[in-house]
Design a protein. Structure first.
Length: 147
């Protein structure tokens, strides 16, 4: 397992790679893998929140860069998917609501091929927000559950 400092450096490296091509899935999946590992290991909620806030901000900045280039950031499925994962890891009501909005947009407009997957994710996030349940940080990738 990575130390927190190395995880931050590796996360920054992943975001830097993603900035070269935000449509490339690999750096985003690498970032999410690092964040999930850290969320499992970190016992301090404030440290976990700080780490997730840091990378939510970086992912949001990438979305703004895409928008500034005249493109729709929701069309960048891999970036949007990573942002949804980060928001879901945060687990607070506001973050889950934002993640639900992003996933719903992917299902309805931007990623119709994986519509059933995104709708499943939306329902899961709604359930989490209703019961206040902490999210499962299992190492099994969500992609394995695609319908």
């Amino acid at each position: 397992m990575l130390s927190l400092e190395i995880a931050k450096k590796e996360g920054d490296y992943a975001v830097q790679g993603a900035s070269l091509d935000p449509y490339n899935e690999s750096p985003w999946r690498y970032l999410i893998g690092i964040l999930k590992e850290q969320c499992q290991a970190l016992k301090d909620d404030a440290t976990r929140a700080s780490l997730l806030d840091r990378f939510e901000s970086k992912a949001s900045q990438q979305r703004e860069n895409i928008e500034a280039a005249g493109k729709n950031p929701d069309g960048c499925f891999n970036l949007t998917s990573a942002l949804i994962d980060i928001l879901e890891l945060k687990g607070d009501t506001e973050s889950l609501e934002k993640a639900v909005q992003l996933a719903s947009a992917l299902a309805k407009e931007h990623d119709p091929i994986r519509k059933k997957y995104w709708l499943l994710r939306v329902e899961e996030m709604k359930q989490y927000s209703q019961v206040g349940k902490s999210l499962d940080f299992s190492p099994v990738p969500r992609v394995a559950r695609v319908i």
